[in-house]
Design a protein around this ligand. Structure first.
Ligand code: NAD
Length: 488
């Protein structure tokens, strides 16, 4: 079955094929078609025509919502198969992949419900004969570029609101994990998306992503991925003045005060950083812990990190899968090496696992580095892997200063039993999401996105729909008359 979908038809690509690898054993899962420049042009042309002349943007919003609701039903119908594909492709555990499919379903339902709720607003003009309305309209042709860590989930945050708003789109998933994005497009086709409304082209950043972001017929690029790529996309889109929304990396502080219940703190520190092997944009990679609690907490976190069970995401009892690729593991290893050179002490991990059955895959042990400070590369840069750095603080003011001492601003957490302090710290953290006494939960109804270099847009929530809308002002003078501005 061909893997590109352009103008309502599945096709092969002019750039040959590429192997998609299973990170558990480096075996080939599937060979997928690769788009060439002509495929990119055809996909954009199909989306352009479907937007300019097709029925989609004038389809009643409730019907657009109904299509999204059908996709949600199909996702639940095919949940097991899609979850298994996600685990094969990303290495994450099957339990996590099942949760991802449920979360994606909830995102489709949320935007299905929202599609027809906002018809705009009437604006007071001070003139009885004038009706002034501000109405939401779709932006146009949207290019949706996604990363490899949560392929299906990240795509849903874009494609569901984009379609609810009446846009057409060209999807470009990560070349590392493209499989469930193709599955989702099949469901959109089955749900009745008209030809050209949804297109998918596969390939890498330079070959497919860059030409899409430069394309003159594209109105908007919504991108989730790394900082350097986001910067390149912002630069590339300048010539054609596209709307650009970028969701980038994080270096997220997890601030733990000494009054926190010990078991709650240990458990949440582990979940914050080691879920999905730390390959989570919001991973709590920087533990910032109060002096009185630090030694005991860090020792216990390291002890428990050493016991985390790595393995095949399909196997019962496995808690963490492999890293996504050999290249990514090499990057993680270089961060640990540089941290040690800069004086960090390895309390757990810091190496590949010994088990013979894990040698073919891209595994790396959960790693705890003590004695870290903000000058270290491993503290400043997003590693996007299973590395926890530990910094210590005395006062609340020191905790806030350490937490904010980063160029990123995606997410962060504060653990304390002092409610007033929790809210003071939450207000002081410069990041898009703050969890108090919790880590990682998100809901479709609440906005997600970053401050500072973590990005410039918001996904999910009401703002996540507005990202894909233009606000048009329509001024209607119901009693037209000469304005007499000029004398003759
Ligand atoms: P990446 O930037 O390498 O790639 C992301 C996507 O961009 C891929 O589809 C890739 O092919 C494409 N791309 C690469 N170069 C391009 C170019 N020049 N023009 C257009 N597209 C191009 O990121 P990644 O390694 O796939 O993902 C990891 C990053 O994603 C991390 O930094 C992580 O924090 C971030 N992320 C952020 C969020 C968030 O919500 N803020 C969520 C998930 C992941």
């Amino acid at each position: 079955m061909p893997s590109l979908f352009v103008n309502g038809a599945w096709t092969t690509g002019s750039a040959g094929t590429a192997d998609v690898l299973n990170p558990f054993d480096a075996g080939v899962i599937e060979r997928v078609d690769q788009a060439g420049p002509d495929d990119v042009d055809r996909a954009v042309a199909a989306a352009r025509t479907a937007f300019d002349s097709g029925p989609w943007r004038t389809t009643p919003a409730a019907e657009r919502g109904a299509l999204l609701r059908r996709v949600a039903e199909f996702l639940q119908r095919d949940k097991e198969e899609i979850a298994r594909t996600e685990t094969l492709d990303t290495g994450k555990t099957l339990a996590e992949s099942r949760i991802d499919v449920d979360d994606v379903t909830a995102v489709f339902r949320f935007y299905a419900d929202l599609a027809d709720k906002d018809a705009g607003r009437i604006v007071q003009t001070g003139r009885a004969e004038v009706v002034s309305r501000v109405v939401p309209e779709p932006v146009g042709v949207c290019v949706l570029i996604t990363p490899w860590n949560y392929p299906l989930l990240q795509l849903s945050w874009k494609v569901a609101p984009a379609l609810a708003a009446g846009n057409t789109c060209v999807i470009k998933p990560s070349e590392v994990t493209p499989l469930t994005s193709v599955s989702l497009v099949r469901l959109l086709e089955e749900a009745g998306a008209p030809p050209g409304v949804v297109n998918i082209v596969l390939g890498d950043g330079p070959g497919v992503g860059a030409p899409l972001t430069e394309h003159p017929d594209v109105d908007m690029v919504s991108f989730t991925g790394g900082l350097a790529t986001g910067q390149a996309i912002i630069r590339a889109s300048a010539a054609t003045v596209k709307r650009v929304a970028v969701e980038l990396g994080g270096k997220n502080p997890n601030v733990v005060f000494a009054d926190t219940d010990f078991e709650t703190a240990v458990d949440n520190v582990l979940t914050a950083v080691f879920l999905h092997s730390g390959q989570v944009c919001s991973a709590g990679a920087r533990l910032i812990v109060q002096d009185e609690l630090a030694d005991e907490l860090v020792a216990e976190v390291a002890r428990r990190a050493d016991r985390i069970r790595l393995g095949n995401g399909f196997d019962e009892g496995v808690e963490v899968g492999p890293l996504v690729s050999a290249q990514h593991r090499a990057k993680i290893e270089s961060y640990v090496a540089s941290a040690q050179e800069e004086g960090a002490r390895v309390l757990a991990g810091g190496r590949r696992p010994d088990e013979p059955e894990l040698q073919k895959g891209f595994f790396y042990r959960p790693t705890v580095l003590d004695g870290c400070h903000a000058g270290m590369r491993v503290v400043r840069e997003e590693t996007f892997g299973p590395i926890l750095t530990v910094e210590r603080f005395g006062t609340e003011a020191e905790a806030i200063a350490l937490a904010n001492d980063t160029e990123y601003g995606l997410a962060g957490a504060v653990f304390t039993t002092d409610g007033a302090r929790a809210h003071r710290v939450a207000a002081a953290l410069r990041c898009g999401t703050v969890w108090i006494n919790d880590y990682h939960p998100y809901i479709p109804g609440a906005e997600w996105g970053g401050m500072k270099r973590s990005g410039n847009g918001r996904e999910l929530g009401l703002t996540g729909l507005a990202e894909y809308q233009e606000a048009k002002h329509i001024w209607h003078n119901t009693a037209p008359a000469p304005q007499r501005w000029f004398a003759s």
